[in-house]
Design a protein around this ligand. Structure first.
Ligand code: AMP
Ligand code: MG
Length: 333
């Protein structure tokens, strides 16, 4: 029998069919399993099992009012999770699933309120990763899964990141290599009168508008202090060192970034520099590497991170959203 690798009691499984069956059994018995998706690694539990879902919040240190995304492997499981399908939902699923788009729909009674932090809605997504899809199928139940990091830390995009944060706190993790997208899914709310992007991601506003044929709004923080989506009130994705974001037109932000780097280095600080990509193809690579780079700065013990903003078009909107939320301060030049 091959040696089973455990780190602090957490089973570390290779991405094989056998691993998927072992992990699916753990999920069915109310356990917690981290698994790869194309966006980031997810921390999964049976979405229909109230006490398993509660364990997710405990392992992550996640506030109970921050809802989870339910991961499905087919339309049958969407129908199990959602009470109804608003107009446009099926079109979007056909066009973008499996893929990095979560749809907020009316919640069915089969999904306990704990999954959605008591909201009458539920976010549902079909991930585009063969291990994730076969795990959900083998478990035979939709899987509730937030990102597999300790709350407030950058999301995990590799096995190592999951183990750094959660070894000893979860039953198992399946290795699926590095995540291809590297940023969390686009969250689109279809439960209201107009479609509303709650969180930008790799599926862009322009792509959603092309399928829906209507304008799609992007949620901003509300004036009365209530966030449009519960997760938006938390400062997410934060590295340990403070991050200073420099936004604005390229030549000006580049010049300020270089001047700040010189200034702080002269003062003896260890500075981590995060430059914006120059060509459009580079945006995808920058998104894929963002959390890995932030965690790398933590590991090197940098005192300060200086990050260059990008223009908030297409995937740039998602990248800027994550940078802003990781930033202790943003300077616009
Ligand atoms: P995570 O799984 O860590 O990427 O976080 C999921 C995010 O999706 C949450 O922080 C919320 O902002 C959003 N979300 C999930 N479910 C809902 C819902 N029912 N209504 C509004 N936003 C949701
Ligand atoms: Mg998260």
């Amino acid at each position: 029998m091959p040696k089973v690798l455990r780190i602090n009691q957490t089973l570390v499984l290779p991405g094989s069919r056998k691993s998927v069956l072992v992990a699916a059994r753990l999920i069915r018995r109310g356990g917690l399993v981290a698994f790869p998706t194309e966006t980031v690694y997810g921390l999964g539990a049976a979405a229909t099992d109230r006490s398993a879902v509660k364990k997710i919040f405990k392992a992550k240190g996640r506030p109970a009012d921050n809802p989870l995304i339910v991961h499905v492997a087919g339309l049958d499981q969407v129908k199990e999770s959602a009470a109804s399908l608003p107009p446009g939902a099926l079109h979007l699923m056909k066009r973008f699933w499996p893929g990095p788009l979560s749809l907020v729909l009316p919640r069915s009674d089969k999904i306990p309120p704990e999954v959605s932090a008591g909201l009458p809605t539920v976010a549902v997504r079909m991930p585009a990763h063969p291990v994730a899809l076969s795990l959900i199928r083998a478990a035979g139940v939709p899987i509730a899964a937030p990102s597999a990091n300790r709350s407030g830390r950058p999301s995990p995009t590799s096995l190592r990141h999951v183990l750094e944060d959660l070894a000893g706190k979860i039953d198992a993790v399946i290795d699926g290599g590095p995540c291809q997208v590297g940023l969390e899914s686009t969250v689109l709310d279809l439960s209201g009168s107009h479609p509303l992007i709650l969180r930008p991601g790799a599926i862009t506003r322009e792509q959603l508008e092309a399928v829906l044929g209507v304008p799609v709004a992007v949620a901003q923080g509300c004036k009365d202090g209530t966030p449009p989506s519960p997760g938006m009130k938390y400062r997410h994705y934060a590295p340990r060192a403070p991050l200073l974001l420099v936004a604005g037109a390229r030549p000006r932000r580049r010049a300020l970034l270089a001047a700040l780097a010189r200034h702080y280095r002269k003062k003896g600080l260890k500075v981590g520099l995060l430059r914006a990509p120059t060509e459009p193809e580079g945006l995808r690579r920058a998104a894929k590497r963002l959390y890995q780079v932030l965690r790398g700065f933590d590991a090197q013990g940098v005192d300060l991170i200086l990050a260059e903003g990008v223009s908030a078009r297409g995937l740039g909107a998602a990248l800027m959203n994550r940078l802003r939320r990781a930033a202790a301060r943003t300077i616009k030049v």
